[in-house]
Design a binder for this molecule. Structure first.
Ligand code: FAD
Ligand code: MLT
Ligand code: ZN
Length: 470
């Protein structure tokens, strides 16, 4: 059966687009290198009709598919299982910018466009596409929509979902839904776009999207502020909302231990202010005011924050290159912790008003359970989203700690998340890493409805089985 399928795929796409030999690890191993799969084949169609042909052929053969973009996902959702029975459907060759409409402020791109390419296409047109993630040099817009990615601009512009107006999707039986549209208003029934966004390749294969664009900001100001506690960071966030209004585009908090890893692995980045303070905050203000006007407001905010004691020290970036360096430090935490060795990763959200209590309770409970654990705590505090990662005590080998304590640590963290009305996956998705936890943490009626949706849209279970709803 699988030999016949491979033959059909080669005939339809050409042999060069159907990979079965050589080093396929880029498609088979997850970004964190925690999980390794084995593909029956990696298939690389070049256009939407070819994607539809692949899905039809696989459905007919009863072979399941794993859609894949840049394979930067962090929840094990984009690699095949180890049995060598699944086809990886790579969207990377669908990488054309199809259209830009400056008056309508929209951009239509294919799913395999790398996020940086999308940002560049907007910028070349004198406009701005705000989605921004540390992985933007390799993640794809299709993957961003399939995971409803967050990143560092959510505070002002929302998640990937909020930036998408239309989609083109190949359904589980190989039909093409031509839903590309630049309309900002369209109430003609159920919004299938929102069903597909965040469905992690389990309901359809995104092949193209129409995205919202924005005017480029006239002035962007960036500051690095040292704060004594999470409570102080939350207080600073309140002041930033009050003084900057919609100009506040980014508010990232980074714990001392997380920054020490960057300092240790990338000393050339010269992390400011980290040694003497429990947390640092990276704030960004971007709007249409003149630079002088915006800077005066930004500096006034920091003066108020210093006077109130919630900020202990602060540096405003003098120029673009210093601002880039601040962001580079923030985005390097993920790599620095990977260099340090594996840890137990969490991507949680709670209401900002519950953040202080959540962190205090979870940290105390973790220290009581495993004395000496180290928190790699950082993230998008402005969105109530932390990467509350737990590294073992210095005396324990990383994998020994994970093997012995992962379940216990997850229970401690996720029970506190639940107690504060939060989510066990704020922005990375469910994948197969958290699929088993949904029955415990998701409302049972919601989960039952999700399973009915999956059954209705993919009755044969062809698309990314084992992910999200299991
Ligand atoms: P993949 O990893 O290839 O796939 C992810 C999921 O989407 C899989 O379930 C896959 O089956 C599905 N999928 C992919 N393409 C399609 C498609 N065209 N149609 C249907 N399904 C598809 N995430 C954040 O939200 N915020 C961050 O700040 C952030 N920072 C990161 C920083 C680093 C250094 C790294 C490594 C990751 C980061 N991520 C972040 C996680 C990751 O980059 C995002 O989840 C991203 O959206 C995944 O895009 P991708 O193209 O790599 O998708
Ligand atoms: C980030 O905010 O840097 C990402 O979501 C990646 C991570 O959690 O490591
Ligand atoms: Zn993040």
């Amino acid at each position: 059966m699988s030999a016949a399928l491979l033959q059909t795929l080669r005939e339809r796409l050409g042999a060069a687009a159907v990979l079965t030999e050589g080093d396929l690890s880029a498609y088979e191993v997850d970004w964190r290198k925690r999980s390794r799969g084995k593909a029956l084949a990696v298939v690389r169609p070049g256009n939407t009709e070819e994607v539809a042909a692949v899905v039809r052929a696989c459905a007919q053969a009863g072979v399941t598919l794993v859609p894949q973009g840049g394979n930067t996902g962090l929840v094990i959702g984009s690699i095949p299982n180890p049995q060598g029975e699944q086809v990886v459907l790579s969207l990377q060759r669908l990488n054309r910018v199809r259209a830009i409409d400056r008056e309508n402020l929209t951009l239509t791109v294919e799913a395999g466009c790398v996020l940086q390419q999308v940002q560049a296409a907007a910028s070349e047109a004198g406009l701005f596409f705000p989605l921004s993630l540390g992985s933007e040099g390799s993640c794809t817009i299709g993957g961003n929509l399939a995971t409803n990615a967050g990143g560092t601009q959510v505070l002002r512009f929302g998640n990937a979902r909020d930036l998408c107006l239309g989609l083109e999707v190949v359904t589980a039986n190989g039909d093409i839904w031509h839903g590309l549209s630049g309309l900002r208003k369209d109430n003609t029934g159920y919004d299938l776009r929102h069903l597909m966004i965040g469905s992690e390749g389990t309901l359809g294969v995104i092949t193209a999207a129409t995205l919202k664009l924005f005017p480029q900001p006239a002035a962007t100001l960036t500051a690095w502020a040292a704060v004594p506690s999470v409570a102080a960071a939350v207080q600073l966030l309140g002041l930033a909302h009050q003084h900057l209004g919609p100009g506040l585009t980014g508010f990232e908090m980074m714990g001392r231990y997380a920054l020490s890893l960057v300092d240790h692995h990338y000393p050339q980045l010269r992390v400011p202010l980290w040694q003497d303070h429990a947390f640092c905050v990276l704030l960004e203000n971007a709007d249409t005011e003149s630079e002088a006007h915006a800077r005066a407001r930004f500096e006034h905010l920091l003066e108020v924050a210093l006077e109130s004691g919630c900020v202990a020290d602060a540096v405003v970036a003098e120029n673009l290159s210093q601002a880039h360096n601040f962001w580079h430090i923030r985005e390097s935490i993920t790599m620095a912790q990977a260099d340090e060795g594996p840890n137990i990763k969490h991507d949680i959200s709670v209401p900002v008003s519950a953040m202080v209590a959540f962190v205090a309770e979870a940290e105390a409970a973790l220290q009581a359970a495993v004395p000496g654990i180290r928190l790699v705590n950082f993230g998008h505090l402005g969105d109530g989203n932390l990467h509350f990662n737990v590294q073992g005590p210095a005396s324990m080998a990383p994998m020994a700690f994970i093997d012995a304590h992962e379940a216990q640590v997850n229970t401690i963290v996720y029970e506190r998340v639940r107690a504060h009305g939060g989510s066990i996956s704020a922005e990375h998705g469910v994948g197969s890493m958290k699929a088993g936890m949904l029955p415990q943490f998701k409302d049972p009626t919601a989960l039952a409805l999700m399973r009915q949706v999956k059954q209705a849209l993919d009755p044969k279970g062809i698309l990314n089985p084992g992910r999200v709803v299991g």
